[in-house]
Ligand binder design. Structure first.
Ligand SMILES: *Cc1c(COP(=O)(O)O)cnc(C)c1O
Length: 400
């Protein structure tokens, strides 16, 4: 997945353009910038690459989720349905707005089970957020129709699935509003950064204003602009945008390498009949940022994960035992360990997590192994790695 592996001259030259004129901010200073508008250019490039009408760059993927939700009017006391398997950023971004994350089960797509979503809807539900985990996607048609039927905002966190698609549309562009991250380990990186993408002009304008203190960005005198609404600062700097601009132009190259490495590994592991790959909905194309598969049970998955680490097969994750990506270890959320007082609404809204079990999610995550696909491997390295992985898995299965 990581774009940082192929970081080079294009990125350096783009950053130097910014350093040459010294305008490190994306707005204003028109006369000094010698025509360089890296953030604006990156937004246009992203619009074209992902086939959406509007893109708003922000300072991180987490900020993108908060800004996306805020732009759609989600706030205090609103419930947002999200999966049990995701990065902690998902509930952080929801809670920052005073909204309540409602965690529901995943299915074999590794994200929201549409049935679990339907069961979780209450009069307070305002939005459903699908998280396109590990390079693939949820049942988008089913989730979309649930949102339409119940008049809910459909949000798509595609931070881990840049370059994947569903029925010809880029992941991130399918729901009402989508989010990307360009942090240092994502498919393309700015160092830190993120984007809100949407075809909804109102949401876009809200995101544009909200992410910059409410500035309306009308005219060319920043100090004279008006503030139609309250905002915050989630701006991306020109330096970060410069890196991202060079990276996004290389996305097709990154995706091609990812797919090549993914295919070699998938084909090798397919030789093992006990392995089941994650479900990719019909019409879906994975970004190939990760290869995900299910082993028969938790014990074998733990054994395989341990043997991978001991035999130098790095960057494979058994998320069941992971602190950051699965509900099981999110004790700071369950116990509401906040630096500052949390509203009564959110406290009460999260009390359902006390003692709550998610056996359906457990049954998938316990058996799942998720292997990052790197760009810097040579073909020989991928083939060797795949052989080692296959042998380890066969060995673990035989020991049973
Ligand atoms: C990385 C990530 C984020 C957060 O992005 P940052 O840029 O690191 O804030 C949010 N959601 C998912 C699924 C991610 O993988």
């Amino acid at each position: 997945m990581p774009g940082f592996e192929l970081f080079g001259n294009a990125e350096r030259e783009s950053v130097n353009d910014v350093l040459d004129n010294g305008v490190l901010m994306r707005y204003g200073f028109d006369g000094m910038r010698k025509g360089h508008w890296k953030a604006k250019e990156l937004e246009t490039e992203l619009q074209n690459s992902f086939g959406v009408n509007h893109v708003q760059l922000v300072s991180s993927g987490t900020a993108a989720v908060s800004v996306a939700l805020a732009s759609a009017g989600v706030g205090a006391g609103d419930e947002v349905i999200m999966p049990t398997f995701t990065f902690v950023a998902s509930f952080e971004a929801i809670m920052m707005l005073g909204a309540i994350p409602v965690l529901v089960d995943i299915d074999s797509t590794l994200t929201l089970d549409p049935k679990a979503v339907e069961d979780a809807i209450t009069p307070k539900t305002k939005a459903v957020m699908v998280v396109q985990m590990c390079g693939s996607m949820g049942h988008m048609d089913a989730l979309k129709s649930i949102c339409t039927k119940n008049d809910l905002v459909f949000v798509e966190d595609a931070c881990q699935a840049i370059g994947g698609s569903y029925k010809g549309k880029s992941l991130g562009s399918i729901a009402d509003v989508g989010c990307f991250s360009f942090d240092f380990v994502k498919t393309i990186t700015c160092g830190e950064g993120g984007a809100v993408i949407t075809n909804n002009k109102e949401y876009y304008l809200n995101a544009d204003h909200y992410s910059d203190h409410g500035h309306d960005h009308v005219g060319s005198d920043r100090g004279a602009e008006t503030h139609p609404l309250l905002g915050y600062n989630f701006r991306l700097s020109e330096l970060h945008a410069a890196v991202g601009l060079a990276q996004v132009k290389r996305l097709p190259e990154f995706l091609e390498i990812q797919k090549k490495n993914f295919d070699i590994m998938r084909e090798k592991l397919s030789e093992i009949p006990e392995i089941k790959f994650r479900t990719v909905p019909e019409g879906g194309v994975e970004s190939c940022a990760f290869l995900n598969f299910f082993l028969p049970d938790l014990e074998i998955a733990r054994k395989v994960s341990k043997a991978f680490t001991e035999n130098g097969v790095d960057a494979c994750f058994h998320y069941y035992d992971n602190n950051w990506h699965y509900i099981r270890k999110w004790n700071h959320l369950k116990e509401l360990k906040s630096l500052f007082p949390i509203s009564k609404e959110v406290k009460e809204g999260l009390s359902y997590l006390q003692g709550k079990e998610f056996p359906q999610s457990d049954s998938y995550i316990a058996r799942n192994i998720s292997c990052l696909i790197k760009l810097s491997w040579t073909e020989e390295e991928v083939r060797n790695r795949a052989d080692v992985m296959r042998d380890i898995i066969i060995n673990a299965l035989e020991q049973k």
